[in-house]
Ligand binder design. Structure first.
Ligand code: SF4
Length: 114
């Protein structure tokens, strides 16, 4: 089991969840956060902290967010740790609640390193 950050985090980057994680397993990318599945202890304390309902246990991921299971695992090997809450994206209010944000990202942000 692991926990996974999904589409609602994109372009919002609320980091309330980061402050409560006891093992610092969040990683920060330019447009969203992810969880390192190798570091998490599945305590679930981050789920109610995130204001836009972006974090799910892997068994509970809605179908439209299924790609995020692999993305969290892969990007966790590339993105740095974030261990303290920071200000959300300046565009958070504009993007909060929008659907399908993953498809609008620059593919280079998600490409495996070459
Ligand atoms: S489930 Fe627990 S260990 Fe995993 S990211 Fe959330 S707070 Fe951290």
């Amino acid at each position: 089991m692991t926990h996974v950050v999904t589409d609602p985090c994109i372009k919002c980057k609320y980091t309330d969840c980061v402050d409560v994680c006891p093992v610092d397993c969040f990683r920060e990318g330019p447009e969203f956060l992810i969880i390192d599945p190798g570091e998490g202890i599945d305590c679930a304390v981050c789920i109610p902290e995130y204001p836009v309902n972006a974090i799910y246990a892997d068994a509970d991921i809605p179908g439209e967010f299924s790609a995020f299971l692999g993305l969290n695992a892969r990007l966790s090997r590339q993105w740095p740790t974030i261990s303290r809450r920071v200000a959300p994206s300046p565009e958070a209010a504009q993007w909060q609640g929008k659907a399908g944000k993953l498809s609008g990202l620059d593919p280079a942000l998600l490409a495996p390193p070459t």
